[in-house]
Design a protein around this ligand. Sequence first.
Ligand code: ADP
Length: 191
Amino acid sequence: MKNFLIFGPPGSGKGTQSVKLADKFNLKHLSTGDMLRAEIAAGSELGKKMSLIMAKGELVPDAVVIEMIASKIDSTKGVAGFLFDGFPRTVAQTEELEKMLNARGMKIDCMLVLDVDHDELVKRLILRAEQSGRPDDKDPDVIENRIDVYKEKTEPIIDYCRRHDLYYPVDGVGSIDDIFGRLCAVIEKIK
Ligand code: ADP
């Protein structure tokens, strides 16, 4: 099993690329954002609480996403590995994930980082808001806050991955297929 993190600021294209990569390499795509939105759609108590945090562009508590991920890891069979999208988002989540994988005889093998500049991100998120209906994409202040939260809480994971030789940056600007090709080239080398 090989386990990949796909990483980048909001709007960097993680979700789009993850679906394609999971399909090509038989990886289980685990997106904590999708899982949280499913809780909200189902109207669960957890979903109700988390929606208030997500609407502001803040991070939900580490324990909530760690619990979600652990149960998915344990219930998934027959894949070549996992592709974590939008998780981990803090250094604490990264350390927890590493522990969780180690306890199951696995590890983090590679962190794919999509590099996209700030203006391009804001442009994409405004466009996505028109199509996706996601409330956290509608308000420019919430978009800016999510990018700030990314810089402050999530970007430090890059240092962690550099220290552990897991850091693979990829140019995230271009056509979806071009970026997909760049990501595939990295994964082919790791396999
Ligand atoms: P994006 O990458 O566009 O910000 P996501 O779908 O990954 O979108 O996440 C949407 C929101 O869900 C985040 O802004 C945050 O509130 C919450 N969220 C998702 N994953 C995590 C996580 N690993 N830790 C904390 N909060 C999370």
